[in-house]
Structure formats: structure tokens, C-alpha cells
Design a protein around this ligand. Structure first.
Ligand SMILES: [Zn+2]
Length: 670
């Protein structure tokens, strides 16, 4: 290809990918397979890497993120970002309509739309390109989060049609329910605390430093308000329809997300409809917004100090119902944490039948004085799990007694403990309490630990319940017939598990060390320990002083390691795992490959390599004494670049003058 042809191809690919993005994320109507889409994207990435002079700043390759923002720049809004006045009663809406009637002559058209419960955003476009995205902040100035917003697929990077030269569009960014649920499912699997609601998760996500993580979170948006000088329309609804034509995801009349209303009755009809129908949406709304449609009339009405007089928000009440608390039960988590659960007389709330509600912890029960047989007030806000917010104490039976929080574990009957500063009670019976046993084995087999093919958490739960295993070492004693006799286990599945177990004996020492589950010894710490001590035997023999002398091992970790090896159950499992033949020390290859050649140097790894996987390359850097960092800064010594290195990283490296080397040059260094 000549340079000219290359430039043309980059333009073609950009336009085509933008169109497919639009079809998929705005219209929900893809016309190409995911595979073909990826091929187009890959081709564009390659060309941009090779010919950075043609790479557009708003290229769709930016969608995957990759830039790091340490501090978000503060930007003053061109037009203050005001909030609407809120109302909770229908009378206030009627007053609003009456007020406007008195101030304005003639027929008045209103537009009703949804009030999205997300994060407000103002996005400026210049010459059809996304220029800048700013959060609401305090309304006068907000944070520049452009790079993060570019990863949101439903927000166009490049507009179509007859757009004004410069304008701002405002709207809301949110996390769809199914994305939120998936995210929490992943958190649950690794035993982390769950996110409480989609709104806070979206607002936390949009302010993350690493745009690549933001890209994975699959945020979505609705944009619904166009601002600028000399805009070519006279009504709000006209503006929305134009914005749709330019490529924005706007609320559509056909979905009843937005509706022209000519009377207060029609406004109430819209409110009533969504008060119920909102529960079927895949995102949260917390009310309805009513605006005067005509721009002229909006101007005539003007503003108060805080908000426009031509608009009002009607907020839905957080839904509450009363029902009877039948029983309090207690769940034991994989880490031993106890969560009290209210079992309720089933009741309809926010469109679903609710039977259970969270009680959080002992303090919460005491604070609200919640007792069995009480009539309780259950609320569902943005949270997934409804909560109890109050008790009808006056309706209580005279013989009612305050709730006695359990003293023993409901799974294994061990006395519970509660350390100072912890809101939750814990079951200390790590090795005998079924959910904790399952949690440990699930960690052992997880992808970053022993990564055993064919074994998942469900299988582990089943094996523990059937009494076939009590700890991770027992996995290696499983026999074909034992697995084959389980329901749903066929030849192939059983063989797959057994093969996976055999293969796991090849897993290197640092991952075995991570897999055995010493508290506070995560992936990175396990690597440091392995490199410093070289074998499990050396770690086991190490004194407190020797432990903290190792790189990045603090007192908390050292104490935890000492405690781990004092425990009889741990000793037993470790001995069995050693017998099985897991790697309990660095291999000769690993020992031979360690050096201090890269000491004092910091590397950033980017792109795809032919000789190594990315993880192998990072490993090799660390084994030779170098440091790996995920972001390019003045401190970066080298970037090891493979195919498809992100264009933003390339640009940053060039700006800072950081040396870029390929994998061969890296090999020569070590
Ligand atoms: Zn227990």
C-alpha cells in the first residue's frame, strides 16, 4: 500500500467501525459478527501503530482504553450545570403547571421524560468530534473525564450529518443491571464485598484512573439535552430528534421514554405509567422530568437562582411495604463472615415478591430493635437486596423479647468471634466449617492459582457436600469411580478433571504458594516470597526478622505467615500436597533464570508478542530484578512493545522520550 492508500484505508476502517458500534450499541441491531468486527478493529490497530501520523485522536481503537489519569483536570462549564427542582407530590406538579399557565399566554406543550439515576455528564463536540467530557462537579466546574467517556460505546466519537460546529450535549451515564449483576457475581466468586447499587458503582467507575478498566465495565448512556449558541431548532423535542440523527443514543418516543404532553392529565398519565413500568427497565430511574418544549417559552420563563423555572422533576418514592418478620437466619460466607438475613412473610414490592431482606450485622439489629414476629417496614431503593428500615414497635406483642444474636456458627457450631472495629461476627473454624472449606478449595483451584481444568466452584461444593474432599490435598486422591458415580458426571468430564489435576503438578512454585491461601499473601506477595526464599521449606523456617527483611513483606504479612505454619491443619495439608508432588521450590530453570541484570529499571509492557505471552515477559522482567509498571511516566526506563501497542501509549512514550524496544532487544538485555 502507498501512504495515500494507507491513509484512505484507515479512514474507511474508522468509519466502518464507528457505524458498526452505532448499530450495536445505539440501535441494538448489529449487522456483522463479533469476529468480523474484531478483525476490522485489529486491522485498524495495526495500521495506526505502523503509521501513527494517520491515527485519529478519536479513533474507535480508543474504546478499549489504556490511558491512565492520576488527577482529573478541573474544567469550568460553559453553561452552569444546574439541577432541577425536585418534587415528591402530584400537587407540586399541578402547582408547576398552574404557575406556567399564569406566566405564559397560549397553548403550552410539555415534554415528559425519564429521570435516569446515573452520573450527569456534559460532552462537548467540535467539528463533529468528541472534544471533552466533564462531570457535573459542583455545577460550576467539574472533572475532565474525556478518556474514560470515550470507552463508552453508545457515545459517538464522530458525528454524522449536519451537526453544528460546536455544541454541548448533556445526559446521564449509568451501569445496566445485567452488567452490575455480573460484576457482583465475579466479586462474590472471589469472596469480596459486593457493590451495593448500580448508581454508586457507575459513579466510582467513571472516575477510575485506568480507562482500560472503565472500558471493561460496559457503562451505557442516554443523552437528552443540547446546548450551544445559535442552535438550529426551536423546541426541545426537535433537538432530541436531531441529536439522534447525529448518532447519539437519545430517549425515543417509540419506547415512551420521552413524550410530548399537552395537558396535566397527559403528564400524570406518563408518571403513572413509569411508576410501575420502571421495574421492567434494565437500568435505574428515580423519577420523571417535565420540561416546557418551546425554547422561546423557556427563555420567557427564565431561571431562579438555582434551577430553571421551565422544568421540574417528579421523584418516585422509594418503595416501602409492611410485612411480618418470620425468622432471622444467619449465613456463613466463604471467609467465615456471618450475615443475618430477615425471612419475611412474602410481600409484593417494586414489582417482585420479596421473601428476604438484609439485616447487615448485629449492630443494625440492635439499633432498630428488630425482633421476630415484628411488623417491619421493608424498602427497596437502588439496592438489589431490600432492607428493613423500621419496625412498628407499637404493634408488638407484650411478651416480645429483644433479638439475641447467635453466639455459635450455624454451620459448625463453633463459638463466633468479633474483633474490635469489625462490624461482622466471624466463625474461626477455618478447617471444619463447610462454607469456609469450600472457599479455600475454590481459591486453590482458581484461575490465577492452580487453574485446574474441569473443576469449578459448583463441583467443589458438591464434592465437599458428598464428603469426598475436606481440603485441597484431598482433590489429588479422587478416584475415577468416585466422580463417575456423581450425577451428571460422564467419562469425558471425569477424565478431564483427573487430567487437570495431574497437569497442575507443573504449576510453578509461586502460584502454588498463592494457592495454599495464606492470609494477605496475594499473587504479587507470593512472587516476592518465592523469589526471595526460593522454597517453601525456607519460608517455613524463616523467623519474623528474616521475613520482613524480604522485599515488600511487612509485619502484617510476616505475622500471618508465622501463624499459618503453626496451625496443625495447615501443616497436615501442606505435607500431603508436598507428597502429591506439587512444586514447593523454584525449578532449576527458574533459579538459572534469575539475575539482577535489570535492577533499578522500570518497564512497561504493551502489545502482543511472538516469543512470550505478556505474563511471561513480565515474569522475566521481575526475575531479573526489574520492575513492571502499568503506566508510562518519567520513571519508565523502557517500553517493551509488541504488535498492536495502543496508540495513546505510543504517543505518551514519544512525548516523554521513553525508549521503546522490541522483544528481541529485551532478550538481549537479559
Ligand atoms: Zn462455622
Amino acid at each position: 500500500m502507498t501512504l495515500e492508500q494507507t491513509q484512505k484505508r484507515i479512514k474507511e476502517l474508522t468509519a466502518s467501525i464507528n457505524q458498526h458500534n452505532y448499530n450495536y450499541y445505539v440501535l441494538s441491531n448489529p449487522t456483522i459478527s463479533d469476529f468480523d468486527f474484531d478483525m476490522l478493529l485489529e486491522e485498524l490497530q495495526k495500521l495506526e501503530l505502523e503509521f501513527p501520523q494517520f491515527a485519529d485522536e478519536n479513533s474507535p481503537t480508543k474504546r478499549v482504553g489504556g490511558s491512565i489519569t492520576k488527577n482529573f483536570e478541573t474544567v469550568k462549564h460553559n453553561y452552569p450545570m444546574l439541577s432541577l427542582s425536585n418534587s415528591y407530590s402530584r400537587e407540586e406538579i399541578a402547582d408547576f403547571e398552574n404557575r406556567i399557565k399564569k406566566l405564559i399566554d397560549g397553548e403550552i406543550e410539555y415534554v415528559c421524560e425519564l429521570k435516569y439515576d446515573g452520573v450527569a455528564i456534559g460532552i462537548t463536540y467540535k467539528n463533529g468530534k468528541l472534544f471533552r467530557a466533564v462531570t457535573r462537579g459542583d455545577g460550576v466546574q467539574g472533572d475532565n473525564i474525556t478518556e474514560n467517556v470515550k470507552t463508552i460505546r453508545s457515545i459517538p466519537l464522530q458525528l454524522n450529518g449536519d451537526f453544528p460546529e460546536e455544541f454541548e450535549i448533556r445526559g446521564e451515564i449509568f451501569m445496566p443491571h445485567k452488567v452490575f449483576e455480573q460484576l457482583n457475581k465475579e466479586k462474590e466468586e472471589i469472596g469480596e464485598q459486593l457493590y451495593a447499587n448500580a448508581r454508586n458503582t457507575a459513579s466510582g467507575t467513571i472516575k477510575m484512573q485506568d480507562s482500560a478498566v472503565v472500558a471493561q465495565r460496559k457503562l451505557d448512556s442516554y443523552l437528552y439535552f443540547v446546548l450551544g449558541e445559535n442552535l438550529p431548532f426551536t423546541t426541545h423535542l426537535e433537538a432530541i430528534n436531531k441529536a439522534k440523527a447525529w448518532g447519539f443514543k437519545v430517549p425515543l418516543e417509540e419506547n415512551n421514554f420521552i413524550k410530548k404532553c399537552n395537558s396535566i392529565d397527559e403528564i400524570f398519565e406518563f408518571i403513572n405509567y413509569w411508576d410501575t413500568a420502571r421495574h421492567q427497565l434494565d437500568f435505574d430511574i428515580d423519577g420523571v422530568v417535565i420540561k416546557v418544549n418551546s425554547y422561546n417559552k423557556q427563555q420567557e420563563l427564565g431561571m431562579t437562582a438555582k434551577s430553571p423555572k421551565w422544568a421540574i422533576a417528579y421523584k418516585f418514592k422509594a418503595e416501602q411495604v409492611k410485612t411480618k418478620l418470620l425468622e432471622i437466619t444467619y449465613q456463613v460466607g466463604r471467609t467465615g463472615a456471618i450475615t443475618p438475613v430477615a425471612n419475611l412473610q412474602p410481600v409484593l414490592l417494586a414489582g417482585t415478591t420479596v421473601k428476604r431482606a438484609s439485616l447487615h450485622n448485629a449492630d443494625q439489629i440492635e439499633k432498630l430493635d428488630i425482633r421476630v414476629n415484628d411488623i417491619v417496614l421493608v424498602e427497596k431503593g437502588g439496592e438489589i437486596i431490600p432492607k428493613i428500615v423500621g419496625v412498628e414497635a407499637t404493634q408488638r406483642d407484650i411478651f416480645s423479647q429483644p433479638t439475641q444474636y447467635i453466639k455459635n456458627c450455624p454451620e459448625c457450631n463453633t463459638a463466633l468471634i468479633r474483633t474490635e472495629g469489625d462490624a461482622k461476627h466471624f466463625c474461626p473454624n477455618e478447617w471444619g466449617c463447610p462454607p469456609q472449606i469450600k472457599g479455600k478449595i475454590a481459591h486453590f483451584i482458581s484461575r490465577k492459582a492452580m487453574n485446574i481444568d474441569g473443576l469449578g466452584e459448583e463441583t467443589i461444593d458438591l464434592l465437599v457436600d458428598k464428603n469426598l474432599i475436606k481440603n485441597s490435598a484431598d482433590l489429588y486422591n479422587l478416584r475415577f469411580e468416585q466422580l463417575f458415580n456423581l450425577e451428571g458426571f460422564k467419562d469425558k468430564k471425569v477424565q478431564n478433571i483427573l487430567d487437570g489435576l495431574v497437569q497442575s503438578k507443573q504449576i510453578p512454585f509461586e502460584r502454588v504458594l498463592y494457592a495454599i491461601g495464606i492470609r494477605f499473601v496475594g499473587e504479587t506477595v507470593a512472587k516476592k516470597l518465592a523469589k526471595h526464599f526460593k522454597s517453601l521449606e525456607n519460608i517455613r523456617k524463616a523467623s519474623f526478622e528474616e521475613l520482613i527483611a524480604a522485599d515488600e513483606i511487612g509485619e502484617k504479612i510476616a505475622e500471618s505467615i508465622l501463624l499459618f505454619f503453626e496451625n496443625e491443619s495447615n501443616k497436615e495439608v501442606i505435607a500431603k500436597l508436598e507428597q502429591v508432588g506439587l512444586n514447593f521450590s523454584l525449578s532449576e530453570d527458574q533459579l538459572a533464570n534469575t539475575s539482577n541484570k535489570l535492577e533499578g529499571l522500570t518497564f512497561v509492557v504493551s502489545g502482543v508478542f511472538t516469543l512470550f505471552s505478556r505474563d511471561e515477559l513480565k515474569d522475566s522482567i521481575e526475575k531479573n530484578g526489574g520492575k513492571v509498571s502499568s503506566s508510562i511516566s518519567k520513571k519508565t526506563s523502557y517500553i517493551v512493545a509488541g504488535e498492536n501497542m495502543g496508540p495513546s501509549k505510543l504517543q505518551k512514550a514519544q512525548e516523554l522520550g521513553v525508549k521503546i524496544i522490541d522483544e528481541n532487544a529485551f532478550l538481549a538485555m537479559v
